[in-house]
Design a protein around this ligand. Sequence first.
Ligand SMILES: Cc1cc2nc3c(=O)[nH]c(=O)nc-3n(C[C@H](O)[C@H](O)[C@H](O)COP(=O)(O)O)c2cc1C
Length: 313
Amino acid sequence: MNIWEELPRPFLILAPMEGVTDILFRQVIASAGRPDLFFTEFTNVSSYASEKGRHNALERLEVAPTDSPIIAQIWGKTPEHFSECAKALESLGFSGVDINFGCPDKHVNKTGGGAAMIKTPELAVECLKNAKNSTNLPVSVKTRLGWSNPDEFKTWLPTLLNEHPAALTVHLRTKKEMSKVPAHYELIPEIISLRNEASPKTKLIINGDIKDRAHALQLHEQYPKVDGFMIGRGVFQNPYCFTSHEPTKDELMALLKKHLELFEDYSKNHHISYEPLKHFFKIYVNNFPGAKELRTKLMETHSVSEARELLTF
Ligand SMILES: Cc1cc2nc3c(=O)[nH]c(=O)nc-3n(C[C@H](O)[C@H](O)[C@H](O)COP(=O)(O)O)c2cc1C
């Protein structure tokens, strides 16, 4: 079964976000209103390939029954490690493997990975080929328009498409643009043409500034040849964004309580700290009278039980 052939048209994906879309948050979003497909946070192929890093890599790749179907996202710059990691992912229950050629993080780019791969297209192609040849899972790519100039997409995307990835997600900005300028929706028609010419079976996914389901459907009406849409920061504004439902305060509080419960359960068997969990509070404690005051108090807590004491309503 190829998951990319099973999805509805258009399909919606929760974007991979490091430090956000972990096993716990994916379960929260699944309960609010699920996307058609989840991605994991990205895992480094060389960590997976090393004895020291494997335990941590496997922990990052843990999934829950409710976040299926799910694609494992990987990154790196060593072709042999792409082979090793892609092969292993097949037995871990994933529906596919996605390669990150778009991350703008300076630590990632310094190693030659993420968006830096745009500057070494031959190496990028070798990594993609190695992954494809090592697994029966469909292999896809997520990238940006280019490194510094949006026009780079005219050569960079065909380079990838010539390898016939199962899907190609294009974040409609360059590395240099980070997320500071509006996504270049005006380039969608040209990107569709490139896909149609080089690899018509590759599913095309558009990413950047998409707020919610209604917004994705509006873009699909405008560009019906786009197969799917990926939403990242839209979940910060509305965790129900995959349904476009505007949640009530009670619904948001129920999600917060669910996240706390999932954290508590997971921490019984894993070393995770409470501080990073607090970053999520602004997603739930938002857009209702008194939200700011409650959030300030929650940010001063040091444990799940302290947070719960503030939620006894
Ligand atoms: C906190 C954060 C972490 C991210 N981590 C990843 C990642 O691990 N892999 C990836 O491909 N993109 C990552 N991204 C990029 C998003 O997947 C997405 O491409 C970007 O946010 C643009 O989409 P949006 O405008 O819908 O947010 C991250 C973005 C954010 C905000």
